[in-house]
Design a protein around this ligand. Sequence first.
Ligand code: HEC
Length: 253
Amino acid sequence: MLIGGGVVVAAGSVGGFIALNGPSEAAREPWKKAGQYADFRRRALSYALLAPNPHNRQPWLVRLEGEDALTLYCDLARRLPATDPFDRQITIGCGAFLELLAKAAAQEGYQTTISPFPEGEDMQSLDQRPVAHVLFTKAGSTPDPLFAHILARRSNKEVYEPKDVAPKVQATPATFAQVKSVIDQRCLSCHGEQVQMKNVRLDTPESIKLHAQNVYQQVSVTQQMPMNNVTGITPEERQWVASWYLAGAKVEP
Ligand code: HEC
């Protein structure tokens, strides 16, 4: 596909993934050709177009600019308004494309300066304006070890083994001691002896037991608590509260 007078490298409907049980030869073509073009930008693009993208729509259109730059557009006809009404997924797909482009360029010693939405964006959906402008500079960039995995990406569509996960691999629920230490540090300033917001007091095992369900709701589900997270609870601690509650909210040590 061609935009204006520019050259567009991204191909049409090539396979975007390798399934373990054998993609067709045609689907493998872009993998075989990656890195084999004369222009360094085309070489980098030939890796970028292997990027994962929603429903394998491969929406990228690229215009090469001068000797050292390019502009990325989204092919608006490839959007999926029913499943992706705000173009969120397709935008992430464009981001994955740029990420691979930068890694492939770095592999050859080019730094990329990526300017997202250089002509603005409307925040609701993509439009005909460019998604990004990319400038390449030959400036000794550090190769990224993940580059090696671009060609190795695969998606496993095999049947899973019909056996249970070994008990010791399964997540063990957090202990009451862990949950109590979270509550002591993250909650008591507003739900302790001195202050009891909304009449919720959490400074004894009995009161924690009494409010267990609400604590789980507020901390792990809606994440409304701690209020504005002023006490800095971590995602891991929210997970502890959830695993403790779902395993029966035991309050003995
Ligand atoms: C900075 C103060 C503050 C901190 C810290 C805080 N809370 Fe709260 N909490 C509040 C306030 C204020 C309310 C009342 C909110 C409302 O009425 O909408 C409240 C309400 C609650 C409620 C009752 C919610 C309801 O509507 O039934 C629970 C349960 C609760 N907090 C649990 C916790 C837990 C557990 C923590 C610690 C992980 C925590 N809170 C940390 C201020 C705080």
